[in-house]
Unconditional design. Structure first.
Lengths: 779, 285
């Protein structure tokens, strides 16, 4: 069946690669970003130059407007909360109070009449800090005599997840082989093109403040700021205008925004802050700093029977709002078993506090790390059993659905094996092996790496509730209206910032109500206009907002048919909405949909009270969650003399259920893979022994450029999800999740003649050379 | 991320530029040419010059000229000028090969040859060219003109023997013999990044043996320089894999490697070994 419509006739928009409706403005320089707004006052944050210490004095130059924690009387700490996993609530002051906990922590706000002046004054602010020894490494923080980052979290453990399935010990004891990996994932920054920025403006007539900022979640930003500052949400409007990338970094509350709203209210004026790249790299949230020790028990047929994991997640100095720092360790624990049929599982997962920048979600969250770890384990196991890496995956991938995981998650219909076979065929493994052999004879070291994974997307509230989150996101609301002139507007609680939702949601609506997508406007990112919602993150918006859109659009459709049935004097079942008109099937009678809309407002007396006035309907959707899946294949060329890795080719076979817009879906996968390759090879935040960051510029922190990204070949399977009313699954994070594992497995394949293994991401040339140098010395 | 306040002076003649530089140099005055190194470090406030003497509008500083022996490059000649061969000599081709490794296209359109030398980043390709080919640098000030040999010019990481009131107004590169062979190779993590090691080699063949050999290494020590041990390993040898490997090994051993958090001495030596051998291999293509 093609497309999404079930009417049997007419135009369908779902499934078509139409161009993005949001792009003309963005590519002609008409986008509207936070930093475009003029302000009366500019703010520069004075940040801690040291990682840990007692803050004893802050002094600014004469005449400077300098706001410190002492000025913020009555302002509460940001205190995210989990009700499970022995979570220790740790409050974060919006400006440092008596101690500083990480390099870059905001300590004071300088307010001046220009950005330039604010920066010049901030440079003259003097901080007296009695430095103490910082902790930057999570393992060091777990040592018995380690200093305490916060007394509220003894031993620096802020949360601890534990699980052990009933038959675990039996399975473990019966193993033919135990295979182990000690994986290390280094710290990364999401590096959106647009750094963070905020603009808070006070309106004297209403007493309200409008905060325009680069957020992925405007409503939750409003709730959080009003909680912390203690005033009603009706007095704060939050706008997310065009946002230049978020990747999770902009879904956590920036304490800087709280200060901006406070300042706007205090000065009854407008204040603005634009973060610079250095601030973003040192203080704009980090992620992926984990140690995972993973062991797999395999039976004699290389079947995986049990997994044992010890996960240590360095969550930094505070817990991010709203997800809390549980987002990494708990997702790692819940989803580590991945796409494999393994029912016995033991896991200890700890969130560990250190004197480093606070961790926040970053595209994929823990899954790039757990997928890397598990896929390395599978390759090691393949080697231990002397079988092919593809073969060990064939033997272990889940085949029957729905499947209940060892953690109790329900996996909906998916195609783990089919995508693997599709990728294996497309990449032509035998031909590659031949080429690899020939290249090796000439001193070139090619490698191929596979990653198979599942990607949990479109989580509803039950999935988040399982973590015990005090703030439990999940559902979405969409309000679809047709105005009296026939134009359609969908107001959504999601907050897209590059995902193409203005286009894909319009495609869904277009199919339901029979109009073209270009007369449908999707409105988002303004708490005064959009219904309360959770924003855009976690590969959720197309599934959840898309589902709510479909529900609302179906209601509008039903109403249009009812009106048409009145006006055309025909049975509702005989009416078809298509190409802007309502038609009576088998006749030449029709009426424009715009006309129906006009009548819905202006001719209600004709409906004799049988139809309510107006044409506005609301849809709510809170799905159980659905699992996308994919197989990624990387072919790399490793220069064994320098350690440099060139990714020659990348191939993806993926299944994200029904694809609403193939071009947008492909774009999401491309972008994700680019970030994943960066994570695999290049990107690393490095702290020195004093807790300072030595990768504070884009000359030191290295995102990939177009040069480093190879051609990407995509193949799709569409398995409609029973857990999603549009049949679509999310796919925003998959590229990032699979790519590090595929690339690093490929590096290991290339290096296999040398007997060295790289179990660390990023696999930098320095690390590759260090490993090779070790074996060269022995040889 | 904006610079500290400064005053910008825009002289139209070289004499004016030198006069202003002499005045402002004691008050932390700096010369601004292409600005591709100075402006970023000012934006980070790592440099806070109170005065900038902007020489972009000084007439005549954009010339490249050759008298048949020397190629002279004036202070405002941009990197991009070398995309095409600037002189009918192997040197023109050599500069063209090297120029393409300098950062990215927009930076090459703005940054200058002399500016790179004055900035003296150890990873600079032009500094490596100047050191390997024994360039002569012309420093001018109100006090007069001074010629400095490249080997006496570089004084460590981002440090030179230019006096604070001196403008590097010209660089003179000797033309290469018509039968000169050359090769260049550099290593960086991403295309366009600063070199973590680079090598430039030139030589001639006499009866099949290597003569007039120069092996320069950049990015690996605090300043680029010729590596005598590597040159000795090549002198009089036939240009084959054995000779190239011996020279590369000698260079790796001879350097005093720069180290940082990600690059230890062993790794820097690995890179030097690789870039020297590859530059030599390149010379045969």
């Amino acid at each position: 069946m093609s497309g999404h419509g079930t009417r049997g006739s007419g135009t369908t928009w779902v499934g078509r690669a139409i161009r993005r409706l949001e792009d003309p403005a963005l590519i002609t320089g008409q986008g509207r970003f936070t930093a475009d707004l003029a302000a009366d006052h500019w703010v520069r944050f004075v940040r801690s130059p040291v990682a840990a210490g007692k803050l004893t004095k802050i002094s600014g130059p004469k005449g400077a407007t300098l706001i410190t924690a002492a000025d913020l009387k009555g302002v509460k700490k940001i205190t995210p909360m989990l009700r499970k996993f022995n979570y220790k609530p740790v409050g974060q002051p919006v400006l440092a109070e008596s101690k500083v906990c990480f390099t870059g922590e905001p300590v004071a706000a300088v307010v001046a009449s220009s950005q330039q002046d604010a920066e010049d004054i901030a440079e003259q602010v003097e901080l007296s800090i009695e430095e103490t020894k910082p902790l930057t490494d999570a393992r060091a923080a777990l040592e018995v005599n380690a200093p305490q980052v916060h007394p509220e979290a003894p031993g620096n453990v802020i949360l601890e997840g534990k699980v052990k399935t009933q038959q675990f010990d039996v399975a473990w004891a019966g193993a033919e082989k135990i295979v182990k990996i000690e994986a290390r994932s280094r710290r990364q920054n999401a590096t959106p093109m647009e750094s963070r920025a905020g603009h808070a403006s006070y309106d004297a007539s209403s007493g309200r403040v409008t905060l325009t900022c680069t957020t992925q979640m405007p409503h939750l930003t409003r709730t959080a700021i009003c909680d912390v500052l203690g005033f009603p949400e009706s007095d704060l409007r939050v706008i997310a205008p065009d946002v230049g990338g978020g990747f999770g970094q902009k879904m956590s509350l920036a304490s800087e925004y709280v200060v901006l709203v406070w300042l706007a209210r205090k000065f009854k004026s407008s204040v603005a802050w634009t973060e610079d790249r250095r601030e973003n790299l040192i203080a704009g949230f980090h992620s992926r700093d984990q140690y995972i020790t993973l062991e797999g028990a395999f039976d004699k047929n290389a079947g995986l029977t049990a997994l044992k994991a010890d996960i240590i997640s360095n969550v930094g100095a505070y817990s991010c709002f709203p997800t809390t720092c549980g987002v990494e360790p708990l997702m790692a624990m819940a989803e580590l078993p991945g796409p494999y049929d393994v029912q016995q599982y033991q896991c200890l997962s700890r969130g560990v506090m250190t004197n480093t920048c606070t961790m926040a979600p970053y595209r994929g969250v823990s899954r790039p790390v757990i997928t890397f770890t598990l896929e390395r384990l599978m390759d090691k196991a393949a080697r231990a059993f002397a079988i092919d890496p593809v073969d060990i995956r064939r033997r272990n991938l889940i085949e029957r659905f729905p499947y209940k995981s060892a953690m109790g998650l329900e996996y909906d219909d998916a195609t783990y094996k089919e995508t693997l076979e599709m990728a294996v065929k497309a990449v032509d493994v035998p031909a590659f092996r031949k080429r690899q052999k020939e290249a090796r004879a000439k001193g070139r070291h090619l490698g191929i790496g596979f990653a198979t994974f599942s990607e949990r997307t479109g989580y509803g509230s039950p999935a988040f509730a399982a973590r015990g989150m005090e703030i439990t996101p999940g559902w979405e609301t969409v309000i679809v209206s047709v105005d009296p002139s026939g134009f359609v507007e969908a107001r959504i609680g999601s907050s897209p910032h590059g995902q193409g939702l203005r286009t894909t949601l319009a495609q869904i609506i277009a199919d339901e109500i029979g109009v073209a997508p270009d007369i449908i406007k999707v409105v988002h990112g303004d708490t005064d206009r959009a219904p309360y919602g959770w924003g855009t993150f976690a590969s959720r918006s197309l599934v959840i907002s898309g589902g709510a859109t479909l529900i609302a659009a179906r209601k509008v459709r039903a109403k249009l048919i009812k009106i048409a049935s009145h006006l055309l004097e025909a049975a509702p079942d005989d009416i078809v909405l298509d190409e802007g008109v309502a038609k009576v099937t088998g006749t030449d009678r029709s009426i424009p949909i715009a006309r129906l809309a006009r009548e819905a407002y202006t001719q209600t007396h004709r409906f004799k009270g049988e139809i309510e006035p107006g044409l506005t309907e609301t849809g709510y959707y809170d799905p159980p969650g659905t699992f996308s899946n994919a197989c990624h294949v990387a072919i790399v060329d490793v220069d064994v003399e320098t350690g440099h890795v060139r990714v020659e080719k990348f191939l993806v076979a993926e299944d994200a259920g029904r694809i609403i817009n193939p071009m947008i879906a492909d774009g999401q996968v491309h972008g994700g893979i680019a970030q994943g390759i960066g994570n695999a090879l290049l990107e690393e935040i490095i702290y020195d022994e004093n807790g300072g960051i030595i990768t504070a510029t884009l000359a030191d922190y290295l995102p990939p450029t177009a040069h480093e990204i190879p051609p990407i070949e995509l193949h799709h399977i569409e398995t409609p999800s029973p857990n999603s009313i549009t049949k679509a699954k999310g796919l925003g994070e998959g590229g990032t999740i699979g790519a590090p594992a595929a690339v690093i497995n490929a590096i290991n394949d290339a290096l296999s003649p040398f007997g060295v293994e790289i179990d660390e991401m990023p696999a930098t040339p320095q690390r590759i050379r260090a490993a090779l140098r070790n074996v060269e010395k022995v040889a | 991320m904006k610079p500290a306040p400064f005053v910008r002076h825009v002289p139209k003649t070289l004499d004016d530029a030198l006069r202003i530089l002499a005045e402002v140099a004691p008050q932390d005055g700096r010369v601004l040419a292409g600005g591709q190194s100075l402006v970023p470090i000012m934006a980070f406030r790592l440099a806070k010059p109170a005065h900038l003497v902007d020489i972009n509008e000084v007439a005549g500083l954009d010339r490249i000229a050759s008298d048949g022996k020397i190629l002279s490059i004036q202070a405002c000649v941009r990197h991009a000028a070398f995309h095409k061969s600037v002189v009918d000599n192997p040197l023109g081709r050599l500069l063209g090969v090297v120029a393409r490794h300098i950062a990215h296209y927009p930076i090459r359109m703005r940054g200058t040859f002399c500016g790179s030398l004055a900035h003296a980043d150890p990873a600079s390709e032009w500094c490596l060219v100047a050191a390997t080919l024994d360039a002569t640098l012309v420093a001018r000030s109100t006090r007069g003109e001074r010629l400095i040999a490249a080997k006496d010019f570089f004084a460590g990481i981002m440090s030179t023997t230019l006096a604070e009131d001196e403008l590097l107004s010209e660089v003179q590169l000797p033309l290469l013999p018509n039968d000169a062979k050359f090769g260049f190779n550099e290593f960086s993590r991403r295309a366009g990044d600063f070199a973590m090691a680079a090598s430039l080699v030139t030589y001639r063949l006499q009866a099949g043996n290597i003569v007039d050999v120069r092996v320069g290494v950049g990015g690996a020590e605090s300043s680029p320089r010729r590596i005598a041990q590597a040159e000795a390993a090549l002198k009089g040898k036939i240009p084959d894999d054995n000779a190239f490997r011996a020279a590369a090994e000698a260079a790796a051993k001879a350097i005093d490697p720069l180290e940082d958090h990600q690059t230890n001495a062993d790794y820097r030596r690995d890179l030097v070994r690789a870039v020297v051998r590859r530059a030599l291999e390149q010379s045969q293509k």
